[in-house]
Design a binder for this molecule. Structure first.
Ligand code: ATP
Ligand code: SF4
Ligand code: MG
Length: 406
């Protein structure tokens, strides 16, 4: 059956039916509660640089793609952390690095207090059970030759979770949890609609009793009408199974509805991080403000008066990132010459009413918020994406990447 011939829900049990959770954002109380929870994932100074090789006979490294370039991010037990940013800014690479699916160039990831880099072989395999991934394209991530039953059993067997008496009960539990009928067990991935397939992908991740799920664009391939159902399902499952989520998305609306905290990424690093409500009500980094200003507001009066910041140019190549503040080539508040020469730290800002949980990587966050600095025209700087080393030796390069360029 094709996508078109299998309707999303009519007549089928739906774990999300009646959910009240759509559109509920984190309150100040939940933000405080989140801040007090213990840290489950602690990523410090994480860098993932992919070598760019050239040469017919000898593979010569001619540069690096600085996909992740100095990420510090903590995820607390039971929270949902939303990670947003433009395509190519390094979100997926970071998610994969957390799960040790990408080798770290530098930095450390601790999971439940254990440095994952110290785990090898069986110990790493065991650890992986606790960290699962849900992908954007379930069709691409599920083996088309396996039935749902085989797909679910495969992961469980790999972690010795299938008992002698079989796993019938467990399989039924999993299907019920994700709102699929029992008959789904004998079907193949292509027989489901997009939303149902994503439910299979989620069931597969759940089958090994994980603690953390990294959901990489879990709803971006789905129809808008189905997106809310899958988001609600993720929220319900979090409560039922005590899950911690890292939800990666380029769509700010998706992340807003599900996240306790949100991190905004630009060219390999966080530029702002805050409780979801704080970030959406008062974005402070120029890049976050630009992203927010691109989201239309349903109220026409608000829509007419809201701030609109058009981002000049495309995301620069991560193989040749701008010096200093990575955002300076597109920033309407750029100031000479500090913005071009000094990479800003993600820091607590001194602005009335802004909690210390909202951190911003901008030298001028206070002056921009007060209006002391006003935006100006941005002239587009063209960078050569093939030039991987042009600004490495001119003394202007920010501190986070200087060592790996050699
Ligand atoms: N294995 C790899 N080798 C070389 N470059 C890579 C590799 N994987 C990713 N990249 C590059 O690293 C950068 C970041 O990629 P990544 O997929 O993490 O971005 P993303 O934020 O997830 O983007 P999207 O929203 O499109 O999924 C991109 O420029 C990408 O081309
Ligand atoms: S540091 Fe400068 S270039 Fe970067 S966001 Fe702030 S004002 Fe803009
Ligand atoms: Mg991605």
């Amino acid at each position: 059956m094709s996508e078109n011939t299998t309707p999303e829900t009519p007549g089928e049990p739906d774990a999300t039916a009646g959910s009240e959770s759509t559109g509920v954002t984190a309150t100040a109380a939940t933000a405080t509660a989140t801040a007090e929870r213990e840290v489950l994932v602690d990523a410090r100074g994480v860098k993932v640089h992919f070598p760019i090789k050239r040469g017919v006979i000898f593979d010569k490294t001619v540069g690096y793609v600085y996909a992740v370039d100095g990420m510090d991010l903590q995820i607390r037990r039971g929270e949902t952390y939303g990670l947003v940013g433009e395509s190519g800014c390094g979100k997926s690479t970071f998610g994969r690095a957390l799960l040790q699916l990408e080798e770290l160039t530098e930095g450390e990831v601790d999971f439940d207090g254990v440095d994952l880099a110290t785990l090898k072989g069986e110990a790493l395999r065991k650890q992986r059970q606790h960290m699962q991934m849900v992908f954007q394209d379930p069709l691409g991530s599920l083996d088309p030759r396996q039935t749902v039953e085989q797909l679910l059993l495969e992961g469980m067997r790999a972690h010795n979770l299938v008992k002698d008496g079989g796993a019938t009960e467990r399989l039924a539990e999993l299907l019920q949890a994700v709102g699929l009928p029992r008959a789904a067990l004998n079907k193949y991935p292509h027989e489901f609609s997009g939303g149902q397939r994503q439910r299979v992908g989620i069931a597969r991740a759940l089958s090994v009793n994980p603690t953390l799920i990294v959901a990489d664009e879990p709803v971006s391939a789905l129809d808008v009408s189905v997106q809310a159902q899958v988001i609600n399902l993720l929220e319900d499952l979090q409560e039922e199974f005590d899950l911690t989520y890292l939800v990666i998305a380029h769509d700010l609306a998706v992340v807003r509805h599900i996240s306790d905290r949100v991190g905004v990424m630009y060219l390999g690093a966080l530029v702002e991080e805050a409780a979801a409500d704080d970030l959406y009500s008062r974005p402070l980094h120029p890049y976050t403000r630009a992203l927010m200003s691109a989201v239309p507001v349903p109220d026409p009066q608000v829509e007419d008066t809201r701030e609109q910041i058009l981002l000049a140019g495309d995301l620069p190549s991560p193989a040749n990132p701008p010096s200093g503040c990575r955002f300076h080539t597109r920033c309407p508040w750029r100031q000479a010459t500090r913005c071009d020469t000094e990479r800003p730290e993600l820091r607590v800002v001194q602005i009335d009413g802004v909690p210390p949980t909202q951190r911003v990587a901008c030298h001028w966050a206070e002056q921009i918020a007060s209006g002391e600095l006003q935006p100006h025209e941005v002239s587009i700087e063209l960078t050569d994406p093939t030039d991987t080393a042009s600004d490495r030796n001119d003394g202007l390069f920010g501190p986070a990447s200087v060592t790996e360029a050699e």
